[in-house]
Design a protein around this ligand. Structure first.
Ligand SMILES: Nc1ncnc2c1ncn2[C@@H]1O[C@H](COP(=O)(O)OP(=O)(O)OP(=O)(O)O)[C@@H](O)[C@H]1O
Ligand SMILES: O=P(O)(O)O[C@@H]1[C@H](O)[C@H](O)[C@@H](OP(=O)(O)O)[C@H](OP(=O)(O)O)[C@H]1O
Length: 339
């Protein structure tokens, strides 16, 4: 099957900045974009694909009650189950993290000193280390990025080969290029830092998963004229019923998948819970809430999610491999504020 024979409500996803890219000759589809603000990620080969879908299922399963797992949901794209296309290939149906942006600037950062999992053989380990030797000390690598240039209305893309040229000494340059020169740069960086620190808090507490070769996807608007205004957002945050777009996402997602989809009540529940964790707090005064909302509105200019769970292992210890890398990303992003 190729793009020409794929269902018409699907189209090739044009904002993939890293990861497996299908080759034209092998007749396989890559990431697909759906009209309901989701993407379809092709399931990876055997165990990797299974591990990733199992991981998403275990986090988004309706029966989950464990607080740490529920907290993790807000850092992941929403998962809508496995979808088969034309009864053939398996795809993971995920919230499209870039869909709300007109000109998304996107960076994929692979986190962790070790990018190979505990089952890796010496050849695989050597291959991983050889690819980016700085990883042992940095604990992260930029896997790819795209930056919108409003001057000439085009994207500049940086693939993994280009990104691997940024070593320990000049990785900040790569980060610097990503955040560009735009007026909102300090706010965007602060918002990225807030979100990274929130993931760090989660990692300080969790003793359940070890993430190898997993990434953080950072997205912000490259066309500053198109960001949602705080006023619109305030209205959105103070209105409990689902918006038209939200119910479309839900309806469409439910109509085309069969497994693991949360019920509408649960979906609404988790949606409103995450809003309440962020912005609704009945114990606060209006002033506090309004200040809080302003902070959240700024944070809304940025999407930052953990992605790529093909090598998630169970553990009973702190994931120091990931934490080390994440803290170093935070440190390097903080340096940008001093420039
Ligand atoms: N939920 C999403 N929303 C929008 N874009 C996404 C989403 N998930 C992934 N992408 C895009 O696709 C790219 C690859 O994603 P991912 O790392 O999950 O794929 P992969 O093929 O498993 O990667 P790898 O080869 O590193 O294992 C990301 O860098 C990002 O650009
Ligand atoms: O995009 P990159 O940085 O080049 O890295 C690839 C990516 O991390 C894949 O996840 C990995 O396959 P697995 O997930 O199957 O391990 C593959 O390993 P491989 O080259 O060892 O097959 C890498 O080449």
């Amino acid at each position: 099957m190729d793009y020409a024979t794929s269902p018409s409500h699907l189209k090739p996803f044009v904002h993939q900045v890293a990861g497996h890219i299908p080759h034209a000759e092998n007749n396989k589809l890559g990431f697909l974009e759906c009209s309901d603000s989701t993407v379809l990620k092709p399931a990876q080969k055997a165990e990797s694909g299974f591990r990733e879908s199992e991981f998403y299922r275990s986090v988004f399963d309706n029966s989950v009650e464990e607080r740490l797992v529920l907290q993790l949901r807000r850092h992941l794209p929403q998962y809508f189950g496995i979808q088969k296309i034309n009864g053939l290939a398996n795809y993971l149906k995920l919230e499209n993290v870039v869909s709300k942006f007109r000109k998304p600037c996107i960076m994929d950062i692979k986190i962790g000193r070790k990018t190979y999992d505990p089952s890796a053989n010496p050849v695989k380990i050597a291959r991983s280390v050889y690819k980016y030797p700085h990883n042992v000390r940095l604990g992260f690598q930029i896997s790819g990025m795209q930056v919108y240039d409003p001057e000439d209305g085009s994207y500049k893309t940086y693939d993994k080969q280009i990104c691997r040229n940024w070593g320990e000494e000049n990785i900040t340059n790569g980060l610097d290029i990503f955040f560009g020169n735009e007026k909102k740069r300090p706010e965007i960086i602060k918002s990225v830092l807030n979100k990274l620190r929130s993931i760090e808090d989660w990692f300080q507490n969790q003793r359940k998963f070890a993430f190898y070769s997993s990434s953080i996807l950072i997205v912000f608007e490259g066309d500053s004229t198109s960001v949602q205004t705080p006023k619109k957002l305030r209205r959105h945050l103070s209105r409990p019923p689902l918006t038209h777009r939200e119910s479309n996402v839900l309806t469409n997602a439910k109509s085309c998948i069969d497994v693991n989809c949360p019920t509408e009540r649960q979906w609404r529940g988790s949606f409103h819970r995450s809003l309440s964790e962020n912005a609704w707090n009945s114990n606060r005064t209006d002033d506090e809430n309004s200040k809080n909302n302003d902070e959240n509105n700024k944070d809304n200019d940025v999407e930052l999610k953990m992605i790529d769970f093909t090598h998630v292992w169970n553990t009973e210890q702190q994931d120091q491999n990931y934490l080390f890398g994440l803290q170093n990303v935070i440190h390097h992003v903080e340096l940008l504020l001093e420039r």
